[in-house]
Write a protein that binds this ligand. Structure first.
Ligand SMILES: Cc1ncc(COP(=O)(O)O)c(C=O)c1O
Length: 369
């Protein structure tokens, strides 16, 4: 590994920010054939229509560059029942992560301020670090992880951050901020871009996307993706919605064919099966209620909120419990690198049967002496 030390002068030196940044690392290998309650993915898989659509792809689709207009049109007219969008208010990306990276590419300037909360989704931080931005954070308040609204407001006014990220509901605390509060925040400083990561909004149900007018609220971008609800995490597809001038610039920093044809085909099939999506979300919400009641009957500290996941502070050392659960075929996620929740474990929520399997094993391993 000494060869990787840029000070050895064995290869051209990367930018200073890249040398100093901490990369995003996650335990993504060897997860097949297990109950995956570690990455908040859909635990049942996509609609059968997705598989049918992928099987029907013609061979020459592989040799042709992807086309995006059909999906864009679908997003404009049918993504939400309650409203429509203009074509130029939408961007299509390689997952929400592709969108996050593009937003930082477009707006992230060296020495400017990036504001977010703590703890939150782990990819924002390396994105800000690689652009040389200065990160400031506000911690969630108390045992229930209340959104630090006053602190956040103060920092927006005081520092005029270039980028403000609000994960809503927040991963991993599930904390939710209302659409109205977000609009209020965006009006505090029109030079700050407010990015609302709504990857888990279906599990709560108060999306800003339903009501926002991008001509009035020009400094807000909303991110959604098909990883967590529609079961397309492996295909990588995500969307942004915002004022057409912002979208124009963000689209400038992405490659012309970044999202592949399989992802587009799968997205169209998944979105056209709305009842499958709605049913999955409903099952998860019911399972959340069920497992919440199980924890309520114990002394184990737990925290449930808006997402398809919850936190527990087990009796055992987290790493031991995680290992033992893996041996039972269940993956859960350590939060050891997350400030304020270092001793906790995050558990994703699947359907009731999957949560029963989790509970029966968890009970044996952590509640019985
Ligand atoms: C809050 C949040 N944003 C973005 C992502 C990345 O999602 P995608 O698979 O769409 O890139 C995740 C994944 O865990 C997430 O939790």
């Amino acid at each position: 590994m000494n060869d990787l030390n840029p000070l050895n002068n064995l290869f051209p030196k990367p930018r200073e920010e890249i040398i100093n940044m901490q990369s995003y690392s996650a335990p993504l290998e060897n997860r097949r054939n297990l109950l995956r309650l570690d990455f908040n993915e859909n635990t049942l898989g996509p609609s059968p229509r997705v598989f049918e659509a992928l099987k029907a792809i013609k061979l020459d689709e592989i040799s042709i560059y992807p086309e995006y207009n059909l999906l864009k049109k679908f997003l404009c007219d049918r993504y939400l029942d309650s409203r429509k969008f203009n074509k130029d208010e939408i961007g299509i990306f390689n997952g929400a992560d592709g969108a996050i990276n593009a937003i930082f590419n477009c707006f992230g300037e060296k020495n400017q301020i990036f504001l977010s909360t703590n703890p939150t989704f782990g990819y924002y931080s390396p994105c800000s670090a690689m652009r040389g931005m200065k990160k400031i954070t506000c911690s969630y308040i108390g045992k229930n992880f209340i959104f630090p609204i006053e602190d956040f407001k103060e920092k927006i006014i005081k520092y005029t951050p270039k980028l403000v990220f609000i994960c809503n509901p927040n991963n991993p605390t599930g904390t939710v901020l209302s659409a109205k509060e977000i609009i209020n925040l965006s009006n505090l400083n029109l030079d700050s871009l407010i990015v609302v990561d709504e990857l888990y909004e279906k599990f709560y149900g108060d999306s800003l996307l339903e009501s926002i007018d991008f001509e009035k609220n020009k400094n807000i971008i909303i991110i959604q993706s098909l990883s967590k609800t529609a079961g397309l995490a492996g295909l990588r597809i995500g969307f942004i919605f915002g004022n057409k001038r912002l979208i124009h610039y963000i689209n400038k920093v992405t490659g012309p064919y970044d999202v592949n044809s399989f992802a587009i085909t799968a997205a169209l099939a998944a979105l056209s099966d709305k009842s499958y999506l709605d049913k999955y979300v409903l099952e998860v919400k019911k399972a959340r209620e069920w497992i919440f009641n199980k924890f309520k009957s114990t002394k184990i500290r737990n925290h449930f909120s808006g997402g398809n996941y919850f936190l527990i502070w087990p009796n055992k050392k987290p790493q031991i419990l995680i290992k033992e659960m893996r041996e039972k075929g269940i993956l859960i996620r350590s939060m050891e690198n997350k400030k304020d929740i270092e001793d906790s474990i995050r558990v994703s929520i699947g359907n009731k049967e999957q949560m029963r399997f989790f509970w029966n094993n968890y009970k044996q391993l952590d509640l019985v002496n």
